[in-house]
Design a protein around this ligand. Structure first.
Ligand SMILES: C[S@@+](CC[C@H](N)C(=O)[O-])C[C@H]1O[C@@H](n2cnc3c(N)ncnc32)[C@H](O)[C@@H]1O
Length: 240
């Protein structure tokens, strides 16, 4: 077994797959109920990849937080059933040591970029603070966004309305954004940035999750429930 990078501990989850616990964020990268199962549930199914693959020959996915690499590995596995389709998977990660640990075969192609090409799939990981690296990404490009930062409590700057405004710029009009978080504040951040927000299904013990897109009408009951909360959208200025 490969030793985890410094300041991480390896944790085996209930479906037998492994995740990492970060001492810096004091949080694990996945639910202990199953790292692989959670990834498939929230991102591959949550972002409706099967439907997107029916429409586009090449799909573009953005992942916020590369972590253990499971998001990439599960998505690449999923693409094996679509050998004639192409995948471009871009992930934003601040910790280079994670990448060297999880996909050592990836090539460093510039100071801040790693790349891996396998059959019909291409991975690029941009190293650095996602709030800066996102600026280099093309407008209206991504069909799916895996919003998989650590929790809003531990990693708040990747859940603010300014962050979701940046994500909106690079989202294709058909884009689905999915996340495990069901927090009212992040739902309000998404709405403030112009996303339509929906309650997503619950994984393991969580009460629900969140999905968002740019084209739909929000459910009125869900919207009025959100509006009754005094909790506000998260704002960059609160985390300076
Ligand atoms: C929950 S983990 C991601 C799990 C990952 N998707 C996987 O499949 O293993 C969150 C990741 O976000 C990264 N992260 C946190 N803040 C960041 C920032 N400002 N910029 C880039 N990456 C960040 C952390 O280093 C961590 O690897």
């Amino acid at each position: 077994m490969l030793k985890p990078p410094p300041r991480y501990q390896l944790v085996t989850t209930d479906d037998g797959s492994q995740t990492l616990f970060s001492e810096l964020f004091n949080e694990a990268c996945h639910s202990t109920a199953g790292a692989r199962a959670e990834t498939r549930f929230h991102y591959i199914e949550g972002c409706r990849l099967s439907e997107t693959l029916e429409i586009f020959d090449e799909i573009h996915i953005l992942e916020v937080g590369f972590g253990t690499g499971i998001g990439w590995l599960e998505t690449r596995e999923f693409l094996k059933t679509y050998p004639h389709k192409k995948l471009k998977f871009i992930s934003l990660e601040m910790d280079e040591s994670l990448l060297e640990w999880s996909v050592p075969e990836a090539k460093k192609i510039s100071d801040h970029t790693y790349q891996l090409r396998e059959d019909n799939c291409e991975l690029q990981v941009l190293i650095g603070d996602a709030r800066h690296t996102i600026k280099s990404l093309p407008t209206e490009f991504f069909h799916a966004i895996y919003q998989d930062a650590f929790s809003p409590k531990r990693n708040p700057t990747l859940w603010t309305h300014q962050w979701f405004t940046d994500l909106k710029r690079i989202a294709h009009e058909s884009c689905t954004l999915a996340t495990y978080s069901a927090s009212v504040s992040i739902r309000k951040s998404l709405m403030k940035a112009g996303w339509s927000v929906y309650e997503g299904p619950a994984f393991a013990q969580k009460r629900s999750s969140t999905r968002a897109n740019l084209s739909g009408l929000m459910n009125e009951d869900f919207l009025s429930k959100l509006n009754t909360h005094t909790i506000m959208a998260l704002d960059d200025k609160d985390f300076l």
